[in-house]
Design a protein around this ligand. Sequence first.
Ligand code: F0G
Length: 355
Amino acid sequence: MGVLKRYRDLLPIDDKTPDVNLEEGSTPLIEFKRIGAELGIKLFGKFEGCNPSGSFKDRGMVLAVAKALEEGKKALICASTGNTSASAAAYAAHMGVPCFVLLPAGKVAMGKLAQALMYGATVIAVNGNFDKALELARAASQGENSILAMVNSVNKYRLIGQRTGAWEICETLGNAPDWHAIPVGNAGNISAYWAGYNEYLKLNKINKLPRMMGFQAEGAAPLVTNQPCPNPETVATAIRIGNPVSAHLARAAVQESQGEFNSVTDDEILAAQKILAARGGVFAEPASCAPLAGLIKLKNQNKLPSGITVTMVLTGNGLKDSNTALASLEADNKAKPIEIGDTQEELMAVLNSKL
Ligand code: F0G
């Protein structure tokens, strides 16, 4: 069941709202017992890579697109580090409306680019970073009579739809976690999750709130340094953002929840990505692994309380950026299969060397 149907009573929709549905949401909340035991916590990952376009963006996009069509908009536009564009393009294709996506040239993972092109969006590569592309898309869609719906997270419906992730976690766990660990780029998702948890507290569906722990990449960490970052750089291209639009909301979420922002290096992110895959069985994209990298770092600094329940949002599927994964395995000399001839002996020699 898609999120508009599952959460109909909690979302701003009625009979006039077009029925948009790619069966998004209801993603698995996976317990990572091996990794959790090493960290001394109960560790869960909400695997948002299972959404139809492979990232959490679908939860908000479905509502943003439904409301845009309800309001009579004729086309979608967004700037994106990749996932928003894949999601917008997918829903546009499904509903038969044109979609324009602005991407920072050369800085988008290949899988995401392939998705936007396959879904049939008009893809425009901007020779500038995400922050610049967002400025251009915003200006293009301004004016009350614009037929373009801007579907970045500045669109309020995106963040409302993304609250559903928090609701699903609460329903699965029976309460909120102690810590909610999440990567932060444009800062919309952390704000949406915080709003979602608060709404469920008000509705008495949970009886506590989590500490919101936001993780950024060291080369793109304006919320950690408290300064805009004019030239963001990180291997986690999804969160390569220097001037987050929802910074004020994210700061409030962290402050009100007595949480923290922390940064992690690209090496720490790539190491965490391998741990999640090789000891957890989930392949998530680099940005999604910033929270695990951060938890490992906090554990090493003796700042991770033992025995707590932590949920991480694994925001996007690792298959979107297999080039980065293979390059990181290359460094360990593990990026290639073991090639053999066609004999049983050769196969047995490999099996025996590994068992
Ligand atoms: N993780 C992934 C995989 C993302 O794609 C993004 C954002 C984030 C985390 C950060 O979420 O921006 O709400 O703080 N991607 C956007 C995009 C910017 O264009 O796809 P945020």
